[in-house]
Design a protein around this ligand. Structure first.
Ligand SMILES: [Zn+2]
Ligand SMILES: [Zn+2]
Length: 275
């Protein structure tokens, strides 16, 4: 049977990039008691945040295409607009609400001053003014994480099987941007399945979606805030130093084998780690 899964071969390092998630304060304190070393890091919140939580009513996102190998591959999504209501409780300035990263303008200024890149924000539209005041409405921003997706492209095993099993005319995984052809753009047949109990002679390729993801360091464009919700170690250090939270940062492994010496130097400089 053919399998499409995260490629964990080669030189892989921890501590360069983190998935960032938020927690309501009440949950947060339970987690904080355990020590997960550098794998999971909890950043407490600034006690001066607004005692309120944004709830997303509507978001407007634009698909960005532009893979050099195939222009039909979507390489990222950019947030263009967001409508919210506010409920009492919780703490800002940084709060993760399902998919979005709300932040106070002061925290953005702190990030810019520290030289972080990709701090582009939009201003949310308040559907009602309940639990808000003018100061908060002027202050609140939503981060857009504009840096390109740097997931390492999946690999199909056994080697040599990375082509449509029906017509053989199309690679299943784009090794430039990581796009996966779930069905074949040439013969239109379904290629990928998530089913685990496939018969051994099935031509379908099983995708393993529950693996931990791996990034490809050579795809990094220098941004500190990357699609869909990754931050650099440099950004995390600033969050810790300035109490920009509450949020949780989960280590995401990075493959370095594809990096040029210059790309490796840039990652070393960003993280302060010996690479
Ligand atoms: Zn085909
Ligand atoms: Zn592509």
């Amino acid at each position: 049977m053919h399998v499409c899964s995260t490629d964990t071969s080669g030189e892989i390092v921890d501590g360069l990039f983190y998935w960032v998630l938020g927690h309501p304060d009440d949950m947060f304190e339970d987690y904080q008691e355990e020590d997960y070393g550098e794998k999971i890091i909890f950043v407490p919140s600034d006690p001066d945040g607004y005692p309120a939580r944004p709830i997303v009513e509507k978001r407007d996102r634009k698909d960005i295409f532009g893979c050099p190998a195939d222009k039909t591959h979507r390489t990222r999504q950019l947030l263009q607009g967001i409508s919210i209501v506010v409920e009492a409780g919780g703490t800002l300035p940084v709060f993760w609400n399902t998919e979005n990263f709300f932040v106070m303008n002061d925290a953005i200024e702190t990030m810019k001053k520290a030289g972080l890149r990709g701090t582009d924000c939009i201003r949310p539209k308040f559907e009602t003014e309940v639990y808000t005041d003018q100061e908060m409405r002027d202050d609140l921003r939503v981060m857009t994480f504009p840096g390109g997706d740097i997931l390492r492209p999946y690999r199909v095993t056994p080697p040599g099987a990375d082509n449509c099993p029906f017509c053989g005319r199309v690679p299943i995984v784009c090794q430039t941007c990581g796009h996966i052809n779930r069905s074949c753009p040439k013969c239109n047949k379904q290629i990928i399945t998530v089913k685990k109990d496939l018969p051994t002679d099935s031509p379908l390729v099983r995708i393993r979606v529950d693996d931990n993801s791996v990034l490809d360091g050579s795809r990094w464009d220098g941004s500190d805030f990357l699609n869909p919700s990754l931050i650099t170690r440099r950004a995390l250090k600033l969050f810790q130093q300035e109490n920009i939270g509450p949020c949780t940062a989960l280590n995401c492994a990075t493959y370095l084998g594809s990096c040029t010496p210059e790309q490796r130097d840039k990652l070393g400089e960003m993280s302060g780690l010996p690479l």
